[in-house]
Ligand binder design. Structure first.
Ligand SMILES: Nc1nc2c(ncn2[C@@H]2O[C@H](COP(=O)(O)OP(=O)(O)OP(=O)(O)O)[C@@H](O)[C@H]2O)c(=O)[nH]1
Length: 253
């Protein structure tokens, strides 16, 4: 999930590598042919080696290039898989903070070109400690997974959802215009409050979240600054009684 900006790089690198390895293998096999010809010249057995010496470049180039290419391709695939695992939170399968930062900074850099005004939401579940204390850590984990699912189901393709740590989540609206922030934030707040997780004893477990949102102000506005503004708005949402959305640009909220 959520890896578009880097997709084209390995493919381009792969074809460059194909060209370089094939060229090196061909040059090496031609040099071998020349060596065989020089050594054989003047000997009566020379005619016997002309044919293999001529065929050698055609055989050696693919025979050496192919295993090297297969190996480097497999290493690339393993590297991409490791990157994905390292960038994913194992409990919720959302992006980790580091991978989110990398991807959303790319969204900010592309915003002017795409004509978007990215925005960011920070969500913190309310009184989550009580969930763990009353229902156990496993129920808390299940609730975190349900919140992650709820967020992913309601954002658009191109938005980024990350587990920021503990019971805190971040949604990066990379493909939106800033105008959509209040409506989406409100929808997420309501969707989280509507979660009802069935428990073994037949009851259900719910939660709510406080959300802080901020819009990107354009080139020169860093992700750190955006996060700070969203965090300040989140703090106001907690102070105002939780289970609500506050935006930095809206002092009345
Ligand atoms: N089950 C579970 N709990 C976690 C995980 N990570 C953090 N927590 C718990 O989340 C709780 C966070 O508690 P607090 O920081 O006090 O926040 P809160 O109880 O949600 O209170 P407010 O944020 O003020 O509404 C702690 O009890 C942590 O143990 C996790 O991966 N799984």
């Amino acid at each position: 999930m959520q890896y578009p900006p880097v997709d084209s790089l390995p493919r381009r690198r792969h074809w460059l590598r194909v060209l370089v390895i094939t060229a090196v293998a061909t040059a090496a096999s031609l040099a071998l042919t020349a060596l065989i010809v020089v050594v054989a010249m003047g000997h009566e057995w020379a005619p016997a080696v002309w044919l293999p010496a001529t065929l050698a470049p055609m055989l050696i180039a693919p025979l050496t290039a192919w295993p090297i290419l297969s190996l480097t391709y497999a290493l690339d695939a393993a590297h991409a898989a490791l990157r994905e695992v390292a960038g994913t939170d194992p409990l919720t399968q959302l992006l980790h903070r580091g991978r989110f930062t990398e991807l959303f900074e790319h969204d900010l850099a592309q915003a002017a070109q795409r004509g978007t005004t990215p925005a960011l939401l920070i969500l913190d579940l309310d009184h989550f400690k009580q969930v763990n204390d009353q229902h156990g850590h496993a129920a808390g984990d299940a609730l975190l997974r349900a919140v992650a699912r709820t967020l992913c189901e309601r954002v658009r393709d191109g938005d980024r959802v990350a587990r920021w740590g503990g019971e805190e989540f971040v949604v990066g609206l990379g493909a939106h215009t800033g105008d959509e922030l209040p409506a989406l934030g409100q929808r997420l707040c309501e969707a989280i409050a509507a979660i009802r997780l069935p428990l073994a004893d037949g009851t259900t477990l719910g939660t709510s979240a406080s959300l802080g949102g901020a819009r990107w102000r354009g080139p020169g506005d860093s992700l750190d600054a955006l996060l700070l503004r969203a965090d300040a708005a989140l703090y106001r949402a907690k102070q105002a009684g939780r289970n609500r959305l506050c935006l930095t640009d809206d002092p009345a909220s």
